[in-house]
Ligand binder design. Sequence first.
Ligand code: NAP
Length: 556
Amino acid sequence: MASTTHAATAGATLQDQQLQLVTGHSIVNGQISTQGEDPLPFQAFASPSGVPIALSFHAASASEIEHAAHAAWRAFHLLAQRTRDDRALLLDRIAANIDALGDDLVAWACAETGLTAARIRAERDRTTFTLKMFAQLVREGTWVRAAIDIGEPTRKPIPRPDIRRMLRPLGPVAVFGAGNFPLAYSAAGGDTASALASGCPVIVKGHPGHPGTGELVAHAITKSVAESGLDPGTFSYLHAGGPREMEIGAALIRHPCIRAVGFTGSLEGGTALAKIASERPDPIPVFAEMGSTNPVFLLKNALQSQGDSIAEKLAASITSSNGQMCTCPGLIFALRDDATEQTIRHLATLLENAPPQPMLNRRTMEVLARRVGEVTTTEGVELRAGRAVVVNARNPTIASGPALFRTTLASFRAKRTLHKECFGPVAIFVLCETEQELLDAVALTQGSLTGSIFAGAMDATLSAKVQAILEHRVGRLIFNGVPTGVEVCTAMTHGGPFPSTNQPHTTAVGALAIERWCRPVTYQNAPDQNLPDELKSENPLAIERVVNGVETRAAV
Ligand code: NAP
């Protein structure tokens, strides 16, 4: 029988059998939950067509939130009794079960976000790679930073106690994913992977922009939890959308069983959720990865020697995933001269010729239209290339072309609206008159995930001065490269000072991300049977040991 095609989009369609993979209900304590006392249906919309997807989603009820939180609390204590190999196996299984979703997952993610199949496949591979990276980290074990100060009962005048310390999990974690990464920063994204790796159960608050994709991934995680013989409360997924959407997130954060929050999204969302967490009777940490302007500094010799190629790299980066990347280069700074003018002209032509691309959803498009409007009407700013975003009732299409603005450092300094993220394919070129102005510009930029310096051989002195200031404002410094493309590896940092995050000492990507869900616990004079495996005297793990103040490494 031929299947019907729904929600036609430019490149993505959902077949009947793909629609049937998703129930529209939350997954609580290992079960599809239809027990909600307040199941208000909401819709997902295909991008760029704006057509509603033919399935109703039910926002989680108060009792479902309660059930998920208590199940997670129970699971937390049971997970603590399992080995690190059990957790590693769970992560590997999740990766395999996500892969097994195959093209159905790709079709859902493309339909709900308007992102291309190639981008979604790459994001899926990155997601499963991250899961496997954390599995490896957990198996290897030294991430817990175990330290042992062996006691000296005979020490005079008082005995020296035996002191052992390691990182221990905080408890159930609530994860809020972002609209622009339906896989890598969502249900099974870096926050979920690192929290499960650390031994924390996870409750995901689904993103209303891609509820079907989120639920499909949640099924893969739930299946993996069952296959691993772990408690079903280890993972729950709550649908959230419609009028109660924000209420669900807030109720989850306020729940006493939740011990930490991972958030990826806007500055407004991250700060609102951090406030809720800080107002609890027992405040809990919120690790909010938020918006970023990712300043790029183009130095003179680099522009003279490779201006056209820099413009091409920037154009590709600005339009990658239609600029809906937390690492999109939003601010570009350079000294005013002929080479700079030529680079601006070339960049403007490339962006002018770039076709409109889908945007994630109507709200993202409306927010972008508002920001572009603010920048366009700012005194001293010229629209150098691109079209305005078209949002009106008669235009259902969810798409936008890029825009390039040009201004001076004086205007940039005076107008705070130019310092904020424009989430979409938009960049502002800021011209400086002197090297001192360029250094002032570095100091004016706010906290960002990344900062880039394009420098030629003759720019070494200025490059070092820019770096010295920029290093304090960003999480990742890039030389002669654009910020898009975050490699998942041990040494990666994806974080930065406020407003790019609210916790500048942490990262959302890379091995260190696991430490967000832990705290150091010290055991004094504990009998071996009361110690976690990593701290037991006979444990052959290659852990840090501090014997009488001298750090050593135990033999494996
Ligand atoms: P968003 O609007 O902040 O949404 C993120 C999640 O938080 C959604 O589930 C959202 O639900 C919820 N939320 C937001 N405000 C809330 C509130 N006051 N109370 C309860 N829940 C709330 O962000 P987005 O549009 O999905 O993503 C785009 C943003 O994410 C951009 O700024 C981008 O730069 C940033 N981002 C950052 C990173 C990073 O690593 N730093 C990575 C990717 C994206 P609703 O949608 O219903 O409000």
